[in-house]
Ligand binder design. Sequence first.
Ligand code: SF4
Ligand code: SF4
Length: 443
Amino acid sequence: MTSAGLTSRQDSPARQPDDLAAAVVRHARRLGFDRCRILPVGAAPHADFFDSWLAADRAGEMSYLTRHATKRRRPDLLAEGEAGPFRSLIVLAVDYHQFDLPPALRDDPSRGLIASYAWGDDYHEIIRPLLYDLDSFIRSRTGRTTLGKCLVDTGPVLERDWAHVAGIGFTGKNCCTIDPAAGSWLLLATVLVPETLTYAPPVATTPGSVSAQAVLEGLSWDGSYGAWELPADDAGPDAATRTGACGRCTRCLSACPTRAFVGPYHLDPQRCISYWTIEARQPVPRDLRPHFGNRIFGCDICQEVCPWNRRLAQRSPLLDGLHARADRIAPPLLEGFAPETPYWLDEQAFRQKFRRSPLRRAKRSGMLRNVCIALGNWGDPSALLALRSALHDSAALARGHAAWALGRIVALHGHDGAASALADALERESDEWVRSEIAAALA
Ligand code: SF4
Ligand code: SF4
């Protein structure tokens, strides 16, 4: 056994790095990955940019992003015990695009929109075993007895930057990895291993394919969001090299309903619908709520408007569990309040309804908060009964947002029932924040 946990089987002529790297790519494809590229593990690109982003206090409640700063810069150090150091980084991508959301669903305020990555089962649970399989495949050929590091959004690896370096796609101004051929609907994952594999040569992703470039040349800055200059103190040291292939396009920046982009390539999650509806456990700032529309889990807007995602063919994902389930695309907002399907009000019903779904991450109280915001934005009196139920929920987070939504109905329709429900609740309510929301709704 060597210090890297490898045996001499690694040196067998039949298992030279060239052969092994090609076999890894083939096996990744068999497992269902759409892209697989192999890189030497080095210093993380754009780590300075990420650190300046953290220093600007962008992470909000995502405190896990602030951990392991050293390992994020040096992923080779992620090796534990006898495994390391890691020498090769395998970057994998799964294309999860299935179809564009039909406008009849998207524009129906009585339905709650779910981001398309969550239309099927939780991709973490689907992809992680496949990464273990890929690592096991390598170990079976090299005799390594230690484990590689398999990560799906869960470790200190800057996946999008590595995907950019690997040539899987460029980083767009919307901060997504964009494959010129397949768009940005990509789930990224990485496997770090101690073997020295043959590295795929870098792929030129700028300016992309001729046809894709032609799409971009047809675009012009619509100017609705002002001139985009990278502020010197906000851009980060690598900003000049992060130009990708967006050209002059700024569609994603202009389309964001909450103006979450501080600048190109620079997102402030604390203004982003995805952050608030998935990660945050706190009340959503009142000034942001009207901009959420009917989005109850995540937001796809800055990808939907991207020309690289235009005219993508309808397809089935290679990974079974990612297939869209009809009831998880845009469910009627009021359905989860019905006595026979009370999944917004009842923990057990919620767990049963969203078994294996990414929606569990937001928890029932977070989802009920999100649904109340959508009901407030709909502003229809038919939501009154549901909102009265939410106003009595065990979670203060839900009660406060139900009050806000009822206030919207009062403001729009002068509805007596909504106003009296709020007044009754104020008499009973002991939580100071909820009381403030009720008072604001009645004002
Ligand atoms: Fe804006 Fe939505 Fe993109 Fe967040 S996900 S940056 S809210 S468009
Ligand atoms: Fe780049 Fe335009 Fe796509 Fe935004 S919408 S990522 S600016 S090509």
